[in-house]
Design a protein around this ligand. Sequence first.
Ligand code: NAI
Length: 376
Amino acid sequence: MRLNWGMIGGGEGSQIGPAHRLGAQADGLFTFAAAALDADPAKGREYAQRLGVAVDRAYGDWREMLAGERNRENRVDLVTVATPNATHFEITKAFLEAGFHVLCEKPMTMTVEEGEVIVKIAQSSGRICAVNYCYSAYPMVREMRAMVARGGLGRIRLVVANFSHGHHGDAGDADNPRVRWRYDPAMAGVSGQFADCGIHALHMASFITGDEVARLSADFASTIESRVLEDDAMVNFRTAGGTVGRLWTSSVAIGRQHGFDIQVFGETGGIRWASEQPNQVWYTPLGGRTQIMEKGEAGLSDDAARLSRVPIAHPEGFPLAVANIYVDLAAVIRGETRDGLPSAEDGLRSMAAVMAAVESAKAGGAWVDARPPMLR
Ligand code: NAI
């Protein structure tokens, strides 16, 4: 039987809303049953109905949705929180406490303390709180993770990750509502670009190497001077296992569209993946030629094969990576286990890294502990 799914945020014209709706509904696992989609209640109600949500479950805001859903017999099983960052904590906390499973957008919270609260509630309630590090659900990212885990690159020496684009490079765009909140501390938190995109790259570095980010040193810049928060950051880090990490993230890199790529260098080889060509991994063994590994080819790891949906060489992209998160969520809600689903602990680790980077940047790049106190 299908599970019932509800969504908060992700209204008409939002960036991430469509990917969640496509992802959640791609496999027939969830029925889109309830929603509070927009900061404007009337717009949210109207859009939800246009998307097929029943009139009595097309809510004006999340509190109304919580009140309307909590005592329903066919209440939603899973709630996605896809609002701007400042609201994630209170919405996620309220729904977890009411016994719902939650998929929260990143960054999960605005502070480490809030992150610890969410982890504790998820642990004590047995509810799932996943965080949408959806890039980790691309089949070829899973292949890289499996390759590293089986020692295919030897000991990992170095990870280099970039997540840079140029879509906030126009200083005249300051009033664009989709851009403005990302540099407003009241809506975005203490970090702009690093918390927006950099943490995807940082999560990916940990995800592929299976190693946690232990300490870091950051340099933040607001290249558009009117911005309070950074629009460019360079972060050096070390993992607990001693891997050297380099990360560049920028939103003013005009000409880069969605420049998220990662390279992992071990003792016996190196691999590279780029989100603009997500179906390939470039693999170079020590002393050998570069080979292109392709999603859907024979011999990939079980996880990569499982999460690949269409035959080899057919394009497969972002909404299906998000769908892979929902496939695993549905399985876990039904009591199965799934390896690799990004958790509240991952959300907390990211938040600790964001706070550490802010602290380091303020201290001229001093090295600081990047781990949340609760998970040290
Ligand atoms: P956006 O500004 O494009 O859209 C935000 C939407 O949320 C709008 O429809 C707005 O009306 C609605 N909204 C705002 N406050 C609300 C409230 N209190 N209740 C209900 N709806 C509300 O923002 P975007 O880019 O879609 O980002 C939303 C979240 O998703 C952010 O936390 C962001 O970091 C994250 N995100 C994640 C991505 C990923 O790859 N995992 C990619 C893009 C965004």
